[in-house]
Design a protein. Structure first.
Length: 436
């Protein structure tokens, strides 16, 4: 038993599906970090809640005739070539017989919470990185002397009892665990024993490691680096020249030598930005419609900031005129805020840098970053008192609307701009991963 990425399938209840299952008594020396990834999660929950859909192609996403996008596809739909982030129109052509649903995200969060509770039963060192993924540390001797492989099998069995399945990768560090979790899906348990991570990673293409996108892949290819093994053997100096400070960090991950700890939390890491964006079923071209849409998206960001208790100084506006081109503009506020009455006018000024009357608008987004505690606003002696009164009125209005929506739901109260935005945007729902 070398432990180099052999497939370990499990059935409901955690019983091994075949004779390749890793023995539980394999000695494990040193750190043991796992990455749990729920298989086709949104689609799996829909199949759980709709028994007649089991074994059939299911797609969670927006409508094809409203520029929808696939959020998740079941494995039955993936056999037709459907995948996440694919335009819904293309997915419909590939799999015309698929069952479509817009998604039920409160339900997905509920099941996700149950899965995270299972991990927390095994170790307090759980770091949820998205609604369907979490790192966990089960190093022998820290909180249990049990085999990490046995713990992973038990977790898979308990998750299966919920009615969904997961794939787990386990190794000495996060980067190995992440790559291993992708090795076999669905229901895979890929074990990379300590000391075998180099052998496991070396033959894989560089894109197998998260954090390496198309641009970095192309840059590495120009250096003759196409596999993780080649990346691990490249000198720090050469990588620094090509990639800056990120180069040596990528090398450590490619070699399986990074040792980033798993956080002491079951929630994602603190957000660096809070944003919302909407894609429109038909391009907006008129100034009134574009500005109203920008204000409505900004109001969503303000509400989320207040719910999170966060305030930021940097405003970002993002605009797309077609499916491929994207433009952004940023500005810094004098003080942190969570109020769209304060950052909304700045967002409008940024919009004027990116857009002119008649230009088609396919997508609009607003983001707030550079967080700091909000401080009580001091009245400027030279400011028009009417301006300050208007700001205070708007702050009170936003607080009141927040309270109504918190008590009765987001649809309980809406401004005209909000209703117009709902009718004009695609019905693809956000995937509800945490803010970046």
């Amino acid at each position: 038993m070398t432990g180099v990425g052999a497939r370990r399938d499990t059935q409901a209840g955690g019983q091994p599906a075949d004779e390749t299952a890793a023995p539980l008594d394999v000695a494990w020396e040193g750190r043991a970090v796992g990455l749990l990834d729920l298989d086709a999660f949104f689609a799996s929950v829909e199949q759980l809640d709709h028994p007649a859909w089991r074994g059939k192609p299911v797609i969670v996403g927006g409508d094809a005739d409203r520029r929808g996008v696939v959020s998740t596809a079941s494995y039955e739909a993936r056999r037709y070539g459907v995948h996440s982030a694919m335009p819904a129109a293309q997915a419909r052509r590939l799999c015309p017989g698929a069952i479509w649903t817009h998604g039920h995200f409160d339900r997905y969060r509920e099941v996700s919470g149950q899965v995270m509770a299972i991990l927390l039963d095994e170790t307090p060192l759980v770091e949820q990185v998205s609604i369907d993924e979490a790192f966990f540390d089960v190093t022998p001797g820290r909180y249990s002397r049990e085999s990490p492989i046995a713990i992973c099998r038990r977790v898979q069995g308990r998750v299966a009892e919920l009615g969904v399945t997961c794939s787990i990768g386990i190794g000495v560090c996060r980067s190995v665990a992440k790559v291993a979790s992708e090795a076999e899906k669905p229901r895979g348990l890929t074990v990379v024993l300590p000391g075998s991570e180099g052998e496991f990673l070396a033959p894989l293409p560089v894109r197998a490691m998260s954090g390496i996108g198309e641009a970095t892949e192309a840059r590495l290819a120009r250096m003759g680096i196409r596999t993780l093994g080649q990346l691990a053997r490249t000198s720090d100096a050469e990588l620094m020249r090509a990639l800056g400070v990120a180069g040596p960090a990528l090398k450590a991950r490619a070699a399986g030598t990074e040792r980033t700890p798993v956080g002491y939390r079951a929630r994602p890491r603190e957000a660096k930005s809070v944003s919302n964006e909407r894609t429109f079923a038909e391009d907006l071209t008129g100034a009134r419609d574009v500005v109203a849409a920008l204000d409505a998206v900004g109001a969503m960001v303000g509400r989320r900031l207040r719910r999170k208790g966060m305030a930021g100084r940097t405003v970002t506006v993002r605009l797309k005129t077609d499916a491929t081109s994207s433009r952004t503009a940023q500005a810094r506020l004098d003080e942190p805020t969570d109020d769209e009455a304060a950052f909304g006018p700045v967002a409008r000024r940024l919009l004027r840098q990116l857009w002119h009357e008649g230009m088609p608008v396919r997508l609009l987004g607003v983001g707030i970053s550079d967080f700091a505690p909000a401080s009580p606003r001091q009245l400027d002696l030279f400011e028009d008192p009417a301006v300050e009164r208007r700001r205070e009125t708007m702050r009170r209005l936003h607080a009141a609307t927040d309270e109504v929506r918190d008590r009765f739901g987001d649809d309980a109260l809406a401004f005209g701009r909000d209703l117009k935005l709902r009718s004009s945007t695609t019905n693809t729902q956000p995937q509800h991963k945490e803010d970046s």
